[in-house]
Ligand binder design. Structure first.
Ligand SMILES: [Zn+2]
Length: 309
């Protein structure tokens, strides 16, 4: 399996357009040892020809133009991108679908609840179905295993399993709609299995780690895990108000119940933090937090990384 890490930041990217926090300010000023990042986006392929996007970032058009494997090869209209797998309805995970509206056949995998939010409540996504040979919406359920198929229903070689991570829908979904949706279809984790047997776990948002999840992650060869916030009160300290990391659906990295400690026992997977918020101090590669995650055996994802399984 080939994995293209097109974007590694949380929503807003790094730097974020309206943010003047220490990280964003010093990156713009060129006074920090760190790298800019676009909003989280992965692309995966078993054969190097048929590609699937894991979510659809607002930065998707730029990310495709930076990545030769994802660019057209034949004729006037063409794309090696066969489909998109959505893990949540968050804006930074679905907005990029609107950049894929140019009448290209695509398969979009998501839970029935996510499909209802996008197709029934948000009419802009109707642009994905202007003609019959455009987006084929394919329902997936937590706990289900299925092959990733191209729009012509041919097997790509990648097997997929999704599992429910949390019951929280985005703030733009009305309370009335939330009440009618399945609670276990809000936020999914993904386990992909290549024809080689290699297993990739992708979890850009995880509020808590329980023992069931730990067991599942130990079966992965590569873990791309929620690295959004360093500490639970990170945004409150920087902005003077706001929500905790956990209230926003992200387990912090540091602290007694943070992900570094909770996942310290994992032996099998290579461990990489993704979806890193611009306020996270580990983005400063000279700082103690960056050193601490490296000493614990973790890497901090960067745009443009290419991984193989
Ligand atoms: Zn910032």
């Amino acid at each position: 399996m080939r994995i293209e890490m097109l974007g590694s930041a949380a929503g807003g990217g790094f730097p974020q357009w309206n943010c003047n926090c220490r990280n964003c300010h010093s990156l713009r000023a060129g006074t920090v040892r760190g790298k800019s990042r676009t909003q989280a986006q992965m692309a995966v392929s078993d054969d190097g020809r048929t590609w699937f996007l894991l979510n659809a970032s607002p930065d998707l058009r730029l990310q495709i133009e930076r990545t030769p494997a994802l660019q057209p090869r034949h004729g006037v209209r063409d794309s090696p991108i066969s489909g998109v797998l959505l893990t949540s309805a968050d804006i930074d995970q679905v907005a990029g679908l609107l950049s894929l509206r140019e009448l290209q056949p695509l398969r979009v995998y998501c839970t029935p609840s996510l499909r209802q939010i996008l197709r029934e409540d948000n009419s802009a996504f109707g642009m994905l179905n202007r003609i019959s040979e455009q987006v084929c919406w394919t329902d997936i359920k937590p706990g289900e295993r299925f092959p990733l198929l191209n729009p012509a229903a041919e097997d790509s070689g990648l097997g997929c399993e999704v599992f429910s991570i949390a019951e929280h829908y985005p703030a733009y979904v009305s309370p009335e709609r939330v009440a009618a949706l399945a609670r276990d279809e809000a936020l999914m984790g993904v386990m992909l299995t290549a024809s080689s047997g290699g297993r990739l776990a992708y979890l850009p948002a995880v509020p808590e780690v329980d023992d069931r999840l730990l067991t599942l992650l130990e079966s992965a060869d590569l873990l791309l895990f929620d690295g959004t916030f360093w500490s639970d009160d990170e945004l409150i300290r920087i902005q003077g108000c706001g929500a905790t990391a956990r209230e926003m659906g992200h387990i912090p990295i540091a602290g007694a119940d943070g992900s570094l400690r909770r996942l310290a026992g994992l032996r099998r997977p290579r461990k990489i933090f993704v979806h890193v918020n611009n306020t996270n101090p580990m983005l400063d590669e000279s700082g103690p937090e960056y050193g601490q995650v490296q000493a614990a055996g973790w890497e901090v994802a960067e745009d443009g990384w290419q991984l193989n399984l």
